[in-house]
Design a protein around this ligand. Sequence first.
Ligand code: HEC
Ligand code: HEC
Ligand code: HEC
Length: 274
Amino acid sequence: MIKKLLLTAALVVLPLSAVHASDDMDSIDGKKIFQNNCAKCHAMDGTVSDYGKTLQPFPARNLRALAPYADKDEIRRVITHGTHDSDMRAMKYVLDGLEIEAVVDYISTFTYTPDLQNGATRFQQVCATCHGADGRAKTGVGAKNLVYSQLTLNEKVHTIRYGRPGTLMLAKHHQLNNTDIADIANYVQGLRRSGVATIGHNLYDNNCKSCHTTPASIKLVGNAATAKVITDLSDYMIDLRIRHGRHVRRAGEHIVKLTDDNIQDIIAYMRAEQ
Ligand code: HEC
Ligand code: HEC
Ligand code: HEC
């Protein structure tokens, strides 16, 4: 009897759901899902609600200041699995896969305008001890020179959030909120300086050409000799070989006076020539 009832029910329901299936896929409303399931903590606009600010040990996080800098996989992972020991619960028990996808898509539309002044202030407070007030990392602790960092803005945000395991660069996403992280990363991005090959060309002519007619003619010595061409070496290694050690005795003391930026330009010229 029960079986028969179920069968009848299924027969009645099936055609209806079949008709709507394709519409449903498109009409899942990410914004509505967000407002119903997330806004309590992340506020209607994706920032942080008053309630979200009070959560312990970790307050809710501003998703507007995260979305432009994180990839969808990262956002989807947190939503699906939640995070340990926080009120961010695994949403896979609440939402199905398509609903999670819709809310991820909705979050991805968030934009953020960085506050570079705050970025500069926070950088001095949190980063300068290791990376130097100017970002050039002359502090002797092995931090990277951020002025020459090749990382994209999003890679910088990722590094600040998760750190570099096994180094002094610790994860900061619980020490800093997302607006501070976005502000700092944008500020650091603005410190960037790339070598300028045309300037490097002049510097090369004035400081190197008398002994090395062209960059390609430079012969590597010692353990670097295994590199086929000089530009196989990293910027750091080329710099070491120009301004430190026995090359200084060959080339003359004036070589030491070249600035970091001079060397960066010379290397840019060398790479352009190769
Ligand atoms: C009960 C409060 C609460 C609700 C509801 C909630 N969250 Fe969260 N969410 C948090 C907290 C707290 C964190 C920070 C967790 C941490 O720091 O480990 C967080 C973190 C996140 C993060 C990671 C942000 C970052 O910077 O690491 C994402 C993405 C996120 N939530 C999305 C959502 C979405 C989407 C929903 C709804 C489907 C949702 N959250 C619902 C409290 C909540
Ligand atoms: C306690 C010292 C310390 C502090 C504080 C610190 N860092 Fe670092 N940072 C490091 C070290 C060491 C590395 C190099 C890690 C490695 O070897 O990969 C690094 C690497 C980085 C990199 C990667 C650069 C690249 O090109 O690979 C970025 C970006 C960065 N830090 C940004 C920051 C920012 C922004 C702050 C402040 C929010 C900060 N760091 C605070 C020590 C620190
Ligand atoms: C007065 C001559 C002289 C000048 C000027 C000079 N070099 Fe050299 N350099 C040498 C000699 C000689 C060597 C051969 C390696 C050795 O014996 O140490 C060398 C080697 C090198 C090496 C390879 C070092 C190694 O460890 O393998 C590099 C790189 C280099 N020079 C770059 C430069 C650059 C760039 C400049 C200009 C900024 C420059 N040199 C200016 C004489 C000079």
